[in-house]
Design a binder for this molecule. Sequence first.
Ligand SMILES: Cc1ncc(C[n+]2csc(CCOP(=O)(O)OP(=O)(O)O)c2C)c(N)n1
Ligand SMILES: [Mg+2]
Length: 1013
Amino acid sequence: MSEKLLVPDIGDFENVEVIELLVKPGDTIKENDPIVTIESDKSSVEIPSTISGKIDTINVKVGDKVSKGDLLLSLSNSTKSLKESNLPKDTENIIKQAEEAMAANKEEQVNAPEPAKEKKQSIIQVTNGLDIDPLETQDWLESLSAVISKDGNQRAHFLIKELINKAYREGANIPYTQNTPYINTIPPEAEIKSNGDQNIERRIRSLIRWNAAAMVVRANKKFPELGGHIGTFASAATLYDVGMNHFWRAKNNKFGGDLVYFQGHSAPGMYARAFLEGRLSEKQLDSFRQEVKPGGLSSYPHPWLMPNFWQFPTVSMGLGPMLAIYQARYMKYLINRGLIKDEGRKVWAFLGDGEMDEPESMGAIGLAAREKLDNLIFVINCNLQRLDGPVRGNGKIIQELEGSFRGAGWNVIKVIWGSYWDSLLANDKTGQLVKIMNETVDGEYQAMKARDGAYVREKFFGKNPDTLEMVSSMSDKDIWRLNRGGHDPHKVYAAYDKAIKNQGSPTVIIAKTIKGYGMGKTGESVNTTHQTKKLDVDDLMYYRDRFDVPLTDEQVRNIEYFRPDEKSPEIRYIKERRLKLGGYLPERSTFAKPIKAPSKDIFDFMKVSTGEKEMSTTMALVRMLTNLLRDKNISPRLVPIIPDEARTFGMEGFFQKIGIYAHEGQKYEPEDAAQLSSYREDKSGQVLEEGINEAGAMSSWIAAATAYTNHDIEMIPIYIFYSMFGFQRIGDLAWAAGDSQARGFLVGATAGRTTLAGEGLQHQDGHSHLIASTIPNCVTYDPTFHYELATIFREGLRRMHEKKENVFYYITTMNENYSHPEMPKDKNCEEGILKGMYKIKEFNKYKKTKLQLLGSGTILREMMSAAEILQNDYQIDSEIWSVTSFNELRKDGMEVERYNLLNPDKTPKKSYVEQCLGSTEGPIMAASDYMRMNSDQIRPYTNNKSFYSLGADGFGRSDTRKNLRKFFEVDKEHLVAYGLSILAKEQLIASKYAKDAMKKYKIDGDKPMPTKL
Ligand SMILES: Cc1ncc(C[n+]2csc(CCOP(=O)(O)OP(=O)(O)O)c2C)c(N)n1
Ligand SMILES: [Mg+2]
């Protein structure tokens, strides 16, 4: 059968140019094979075939303009797509997915573990003192208790929900509460018990506590300026130990490993454990916070400084929670795309209760629930304190967090009370104990743990005669021993066990602890705990006794570390446990295979002139990516990430081609289903379309950019954003990316102060390169022409993903359309592009007066036009340099200058800037679409040549591109006038030429500085 392939619906476009033929007559093609690439003003898209067969004729050629319905080619032996002829493809997808979902549901029902039968909760909450009819209340509560014991929790929950619904329908608009009583989520009867040896585990924990504190105190004794934290880990030791002994599986050759985000300033505890495990020496502990000499231990988790140990930089509060959520999401992405196996790995994140106030901490919890990240577990250590004082003195942080997380759809497990409370709570027949638990605020809870048992008896149990009576037979010491959930290994174990078994939602464990647990009078539960880093001898003795650390008084006075003999039960136990769990944690390693950089010719099409055709560098980038998607090595590893700007950047063609990642596939037929660039969501989609959420997109990028260590697979993430909403918006995450040794591309699109006309102050970026330059391992470029972009991009692929260099790239692309010239044949051009500058043109007709003209990004073309005017109208020669990166030039200049100063006796080296400009003729004038500081960076490295920089300093504003450049004085007319003025100042020409030019171009010398307007 012979068939004809027509141009499909391409949306609002008509007469779109064919820029590439991807097939030829005689080829045999399959359905979905790309046939031609068409390109509108803004984007280029491949048209896939909907038929398979052998091509007889191709009816279009490069340069033709096509519209919907035009004939593309004819095929013989064709088989037309069933999808096309019978069902719209999306409908078919939906049916397929629905069938899969039904099957999965069934499976889930079959496989779902029988929920642990949670026995009757004997505690019934009495809400408050506003009860106008206690007897009636009692009747209702008893009925409820009867339902729970007869028909179970689910039934009781159903009835309560029905009651609330009924009340709502009858007009009682009762505010819905997301809170449960202030008691543990898991009742004692439902607790799964640990099979660990509790005595040994306690001894190990005590030694870790001691060594962690000793390490901080010793460092501060030596150098009081060093700082450190004891109180945080003291409150979290049990939370970590239970995980380390029983839950967290390390990476090894059989398993990918769980990923644990440790709370940054609890690092001393991790070092202390590694010391017992034999991974760190005493000498290393003694170099805590002394990182300048090799072998020191970093104050906080910094993969950059301890690249074989730390995996995640977490100490900038709020980043950890967000990064962990996107890490869990990215793990599912890799699984759903078939790039890694689903091994049931988990992501754990340890967070402080104070840290939860950071907007980033809670900012992505909705996504975690929406995407059903049951591979994610948050553990929030609620020691009720932050640095200065209580987190919620007048309220209850645990309840507040519970409400927010439950509201967002998380599985919430509260671990508030330790086992010593179990019997008291079981005897709370009247509900008065829970009532005072509910009513006591965190400020009181904190104060109680800073005092003693007598105080707790009076201030807590004394709130109500019933509760006071409950503890009448207990001594003050017994009361003092009533422990908090986060310090009880049994409760913590049960919570972790429940968390790892949870399906369909992320889990948050909210554990109540005591800040500075065991530190005694100076450090326990007092407002100054956070910064207590010196313990006097009495405190140390107390700490030793409190945790039964086997040290003599003399050893305590010397603040000695304690590590039992290698053959001791403790060391054997700790090693055995870790062996069972696959190895040590934290540990950073990578076994990822490099990705071979694509052959150079894949970018050849970007080395030829575009002729009449005009395009922006943003569009050139998208063209390049489209091409890369045809490289079988590179294609599956590309991870295009966009917040919500695919159409702005002309990337909508990716929707159909590689799909948008959606963990549930696409449950609806998109409105634009019939169009070529239809919004296609897919479970194995490749694009991460993150919504209007730059921080989330950056977190995804970091997850992808570190997949080489966290998942042992090298990925190539390319996050494309409005440049103004890049570094300025998510600067701290970019810093964390550097620390994490992320590898990938960040693209600041629509960049520059004057290329995005009409978008005003908020969108016009004239400084992102400067912010990017603050990150030591960030390599930045501001290219003008498509061949520069291609050269830079390919080198990025080679350096990062083939040679595994720990750098990441920031490249700006613009949205101004212009034609791109052929790549200069000069053999040094490529090297110059990569080093930061190369000579692109020279005017040398008059051989009298010369200027060195440096232009970058979009302003290079203004500079080239200015040079032409200077030559034609003023007989001034010039050499024009395309500066692809002032930042890279500065790095080289700094390094060379430093070397020369440190080696006064050796022949001085020449910076690359000096090599290019040092012996050229005439003063230098440099300009970019960024602040003057951008080009100013190379001023010191020009061998004392006169150097003048121009740039777009000041707030951006809306206007035409021409007017904006005039305003910021970087248009060709200003460049001509400034050029002449510079030559006059250097006494190379008379000043009247400059004055005349200013008059000609209507430039007012008294105009205020743009920064003041
Ligand atoms: C973004 C940020 N701001 C401030 C700090 C300084 N800081 C370090 S720890 C801390 C208090 C943390 O309290 P919390 O989260 O409750 O942890 P805890 O020590 O109580 O476990 C502060 C303010 C920081 N590390 N990061
Ligand atoms: Mg805290």
